[in-house]
Ligand binder design. Sequence first.
Ligand code: ATP
Ligand code: MG
Length: 250
Amino acid sequence: MLQVEGLTVRFGGLTAVNDLSFSVRAGEVFAMMGPNGAGKTTAFDAIGGFVQASAGAVRFDDRPILGMAPERIAALGIRRTFQNNGILREMSVLENVLTGLELSTPNTFLGVVTGWPSAARAERSAVRRARGMLEQMDIAELEERAAGDLSFGQQRMVEIARALVAGARLIMLDEPAVGLSPNERVHLGQVLRRLAGTGIAILLVEHVQDLVMAVSDEVLVLNYGRKLVQGPPETVRQNQEVLEAYLGNG
Ligand SMILES: Nc1ncnc2c1ncn2[C@@H]1O[C@H](COP(=O)(O)OP(=O)(O)OP(=O)(O)O)[C@@H](O)[C@H]1O
Ligand SMILES: [Mg+2]
């Protein structure tokens, strides 16, 4: 589904992502690990069109996407969450998820105000979709609550629902386990596996090793922008000694 080839991102003299290649299949959980500053977020940014790549190619369903605007890439079906929680705290859970549809259904809400029947239908179907996503995330009963009042784990579910509601087929999650309790981490892992089971591809940046090892089909370790090792979790775990020499224990 996603093919990254020789991706390179330079910021002035710093090469944040260096000749990085990997591919992600439908239904796969693909994790990227590596120390602070390794280039994980920058790789997401480049794939999503948020920073310009200096070299390389990225294909989504065999279509080259590097250089496209972020909105176009999102419209093709790649969505992400951000490292610093992007929740709209004052809005309800349902409204937060509905904002994920803005790109694909312009003027829906204006249409409702002005009474277009087609817009009212679109709005009803949008709400249905959003509720369906909340159910998949196990937070359906929270739809009326202000998102800012939820636990971190619940907020993370809202963010993922928002990323998926417009029909994304690949989601990029940047450190989704930050701030989560152990139980919430387990739940997050279950939800990610459930989503992958529906054919959604998940690209995950995560420091929490237990979560990565438990949910990932494939793990890639980045260091100074370069791929150090890639393989199934067991293989990467076997490389642990090598990794610890490079990465320390975190
Ligand atoms: N917009 C930018 N301009 C200049 N340098 C940048 C920019 N964004 C990131 N960098 C640098 O690129 C390198 C990679 O940063 P990046 O944020 O991708 O790392 P990361 O692996 O996501 O780290 P963390 O685990 O801390 O989130 C770092 O040295 C960082 O300082
Ligand atoms: Mg980062």
